[in-house]
Write a protein that binds this ligand. Structure first.
Ligand SMILES: CC(C)(COP(=O)(O)OP(=O)(O)OC[C@H]1O[C@@H](n2cnc3c(N)ncnc32)[C@H](O)[C@@H]1OP(=O)(O)O)[C@@H](O)C(=O)NCCC(=O)NCCS
Length: 179
């Protein structure tokens, strides 16, 4: 995977690789694009996050084509923190032009595989209660609401937004999305 300024196109397929320090500049740019109304993570902050024991992530990209002189195109990433048998989704973001094409679903699938391999049975996350696409994604991928944190997020405008706390048991069988 190499960085590129092309617009994301996913018709060539979606590939997923571990998120390493080498990709943190790309991931930081995706994060800024995905969270325009929040403070975003710099590449250095991401490298520090990935350095914590139990932290990992995946980067999705559309593979380029050497013969056609096309570079790989970054599509999105997920960053996770596992502690013992639980894990939390710190963030997941997909480039605007690549949304609604299964990129987030693929990132979550790779993440669940990795968590199962390492004996993690429960995944938790917080999502702003006004973030309908993300809530729909999580519900679609087997998460259920288990709580609410009042005024958990503060937007750049100063507006405060509740967070929904969602959970998924990785041992549960969810039909229809093939993770
Ligand atoms: C939320 C986000 C990651 C979804 O990424 P995505 O690649 O577009 O999601 P997918 O294409 O894999 O969608 C999988 C499922 O999620 C649901 N979904 C995703 N986006 C949706 C939308 N805009 N409206 C309704 N449902 C949506 C659908 O059920 C979809 O399945 P379908 O395509 O078969 O209908 C993306 O919109 C994003 O980056 N948003 C900004 C950052 C963000 O809010 N991150 C979450 C923070 S908690």
């Amino acid at each position: 995977m190499s960085a590129s300024s092309h617009q994301p196109e996913v018709e060539d397929g979606i590939e997923v690789v571990p998120l390493t320090a080498a990709f943190c500049n790309v991931a930081s740019a995706l994060h800024a694009e995905g969270f325009e109304d929040q403070d975003c993570w710099s590449a250095d902050e991401m490298i520090a996050l990935l350095d914590v024991p139990g932290a990992f992530g995946f980067l999705a990209f559309a593979p380029g084509n050497e013969a056609e002189n096309r570079l790989d195109i970054p599509l999105g990433f997920i960053q996770m923190q596992a502690v013992l048998d639980e894990a939390e989704i710190n963030t997941i973001v997909v480039a605007k032009e690549a949304r609604k094409r299964g990129v987030a679903r693929k990132l979550l699938s790779a993440t669940f595989d990795r968590l199962r391999e390492t004996g993690v049975g429960r995944v938790l996350l917080e999502v702003a209660d006004d973030n309908a696409p993300a809530i729909a994604l999580y519900r679609d991928c087997g998460f259920a609401e288990i709580g609410r944190r009042k005024r958990y997020y503060r937007r750049k405008s100063g507006r405060e937004v509740d967070a929904l706390v969602m959970e998924r048991d990785l041992g549960a069988c969810v039909l229809g999305w093939g993770d």
